[in-house]
Design a protein around this ligand. Sequence first.
Ligand code: AMP
Ligand code: MG
Length: 360
Amino acid sequence: MKKLFCILMLFSALVVCSCSDVYRYTDYSFFAMDTVITVTACENADFEGIEQAAKQTERLMSRTDSQSEIYKLNAENTASLSQPTAYVLEKALEISVATDGAFNPCIGTVVSLWDITSGKNIVPDDEEIEQALKYTDASKTDVKNRFVAEYGTYGKQAVEKFEAVSEEGIQVDLGGIAKGYSLQQAYEKLKQDGEENFCISFGGNVAVYGTSEANAKSKQKGWRVGITNPFDTEEIVGTLLLEDGIVSVSGKYERFFEKDGKKYHHIFDPKTGKPSQSDIESAAVMCSDGVVADALSTALVVMGSERAKEFYGKNLYDFQYIAVTTDGKILISQEIYDIFTLNEQAKNSNNKKFTVEKIS
Ligand code: AMP
Ligand code: MG
């Protein structure tokens, strides 16, 4: 089971609501998508609606739930998909191409081979890894859409239908992107509902809007989102001050097991079939699209610092990032740099202060 500790620690759990003249503060938590989800908003916000939507996304996209669309695709190599699953899978395949395979939604055979959170702590041998890698070619999975005529309220209508096909043996795993979708949905819903201040935390994915209680008290705007120190998960390396935004963090410290003094974590390099050995311990991506943020944070960890910088320079997606490297640096792109405050106390693996490097 996922370590319940959030990657992002939110400094303020309370929101100042302007829904009435009375200030009310509510935290609403539930468990879905293998993580604790916490929504902080005005007390009459539609918390249940968000919970239901997240659970529905999990039912559609889970790799392990035998009722899900992805389970059916993996078992039968073809499945009709609902619009949300088709959207997320298409986006995942697109990002897989854009990241040159660093993000790979067809990594399922590798993920289940290692089974990082099972408690078995077994390191597979090279032959098993080779075998799993044979079924990870993302170009062999496709989503097709077509329009069919159906009778609806206004007579005959063209309705879009989606179908996924996959080569035999491929196991789609949307674990690195589905939470971002769910977060985006929740964020849009609360905004549409007219909520003026809220924070939604989906494990490592966080969306904030408006102002936290702590900031309101000190006449500041926005929320402070803390970025966990991967070398000491009890502390943060710094905070981001945000009034409206989505941040997704992926870190090697999140889910792992230890064997013979070595750590084996849950972010796999699709080229080797092993936990990524890159020089990035954790990466946070800020992007207006929660789906992109989630997938890219996973991808940047796999890429490592040089490739991540190159990818950022290509401008394929409009995003900003902050990465903590194995040798204790904080690499940070301009727009995040402008809203980042370093925790001067935080220490890296060499027990030294972090150094901050701007990426241009
Ligand atoms: P995240 O916590 O968003 O970084 O996602 C990690 C999860 O995504 C893992 O638990 C796997 O289910 C899946 N995953 C692991 N490695 C990759 C990868 N290279 N590309 C896509 N998904 C991955
Ligand atoms: Mg991710």
